[in-house]
Design a protein around this ligand. Structure first.
Ligand SMILES: *Cc1c(COP(=O)(O)O)cnc(C)c1O
Length: 425
């Protein structure tokens, strides 16, 4: 592989052309294993950013994609429909919270979030109300496009860089009471106050249910989400749940909102929707919201990407959802959860570790100083795993098919990193 070309010309996520960090050349991936060009095999602890839940090179998913390729790789979605889209959406609606009946297919998580925000704005416009604001939480993450970024934590997404262009929304304190701790009503106070004082301006609340992912891997108390739903109802504000990271079983429930027994008015999914094969996302909403949106001045929902409903993406989504439907993910995720429960607490004995936490197939080790990315990445690769930390967070979200020896190997190599000063700043 021409790694010099890569270094000199290709941007990777959040990287610099002045100081490009090492990129490891991958030649193939199978099951939970990523194979490097030099033949070394790495146990995957990331599911390629929450997406490859059934593992790589899955026969059923491969087959769905190959069969669809021979029929039709793509066709426009305006004025045309097709079996893969219908079948994927049927399964998606059947699995989703029962009030969600309408699906808008989009290309990425960020776009699904854009779509959800546009739906909320069009909803209030149709009702003749001007509600230009969204209420969200600090430490949230909703994507990298502008509207998604505007509801993402201002510091983590460097809002200062885009000041004057980026819309300014309302941020409430993120939850402090962790999942499994004792609930305290004080945790919802700031959110409740902000909603009470600004509700007539607020189109919707948007947040990640139960797990705040890229903004800090924070796992919070379900009662917080329950209160959010109650307060949104009291004030007549829509609730958008961003299940892009948490959806399809990752937290031990099919959707994280089930931990709090609540249903959103609008829900975004992405990442694992195609089992990590293709980029596809969806925004689902209730009949009431959809019909209100379409009863407004525009008389339709104003969005329509070129590759909307791409048949290859829909075919593999249908196959991935049919694997979800078997329910096997439940035993798989609870096995991983029990392994985290056993293997993570002992890491607290290391001075460097300030917290360990886990839920479903998510395991987090928080350390006291930021990692040295270049060194710790090399360490993980040398020890035969693929884990990509950020800041003070070393975290795992392995494929559901991971076996006990895989999880043990991931945790073992984190433990070895903790004992190596050079892995940290
Ligand atoms: C990853 C993520 C997004 C953005 O999805 P992309 O496909 O990267 O655009 C949005 N919300 C959450 C919660 C995510 O984890």
């Amino acid at each position: 592989m021409d790694l010099d070309f890569d270094r000199q010309h290709i941007w990777h996520p959040y990287t610099s052309t002045l100081n490009p960090l090492t990129c490891y050349p991958v030649s193939s991936a199978n099951g939970v294993t990523i194979e490097l060009e030099d033949g070394r095999k790495l146990v995957d602890g990331m599911s390629s950013w929450w997406s490859t839940i059934h593992g790589y090179n899955h026969p059923l998913l491969n087959d769905a994609l190959k069969r669809q390729t021979d029929k039709m790789a793509h066709v426009m979605f305006g004025g045309i429909t097709h079996e893969p889209a219908i079948n994927a959406c049927k399964k998606l609606i059947a699995l989703s919270p029962s009030n969600l009946e309408h699906v808008f297919l989009a290309d990425s998580g960020s776009v699904a979030v854009e779509v959800s925000l546009k739906m909320a704005l069009q909803y209030w416009h149709a009702k003749g109300e001007s509600r230009p604001k969204f209420l969200t939480l600090s430490h949230g993450y909703h994507g990298d496009t502008f509207a998604a970024m505007s509801v993402t934590d201002p510091n983590n997404s460097m809002h200062s860089l885009y000041k004057g262009f980026l819309p300014e929304h309302i941020f409430a304190n993120s939850p402090n009471i962790a999942f499994g701790q004792k609930w305290d009503e004080a945790d919802i106070e700031d959110f409740a106050n902000k909603l009470a004082s600004h509700h007539s301006q607020i189109a919707a609340v948007i947040l990640e249910p139960i797990v705040q992912g890229a903004g800090g891997m924070r796992i919070y108390h379900p009662t917080f989400l329950k209160r959010v739903r109650q307060l949104c109802d009291e004030h007549g504000v829509l609730l958008i749940l961003d299940e892009i990271a948490t959806g399809f079983g990752r937290t031990g429930k099919l959707f994280a909102c089930e931990h709090a027994n609540v249903q959103p008015d609008i829900m975004c999914v992405g990442k694992a929707l195609t089992g990590g094969y293709m980029t596809l996302s969806a925004t689902l909403t209730s009949k009431h919201v959809a019909d209100t949106v379409c009863g407004g001045e525009a008389a339709c929902f104003m969005h329509g990407p070129t590759f909307m409903g791409n048949p290859l993406a829909c075919a593999v989504a249908e196959a991935s959802l049919s694997l979800i439907e078997t329910g096997e993910w439940q035993q798989q995720v609870s096995l991983i959860e029990s392994l985290f429960a056993e293997l993570l607490p002992p890491l607290l004995q290391c001075d460097r570790v300030s917290d360990v936490r886990w839920l479903g197939a998510i395991g987090v080790v928080e350390v006291t100083t930021a990692v040295n990315m270049e060194v710790i990445q090399q360490h993980f690769v040398d020890s035969g795993v693929w884990i990509r930390p950020f800041g003070r967070l070393i975290y795992m979200m392995p494929p559901y098919i991971s076996q006990p020896e895989h999880i043990a190997k991931l945790v073992q190599s984190i433990k070895a990193a903790l004992d190596n000063d050079q892995c940290f700043t």
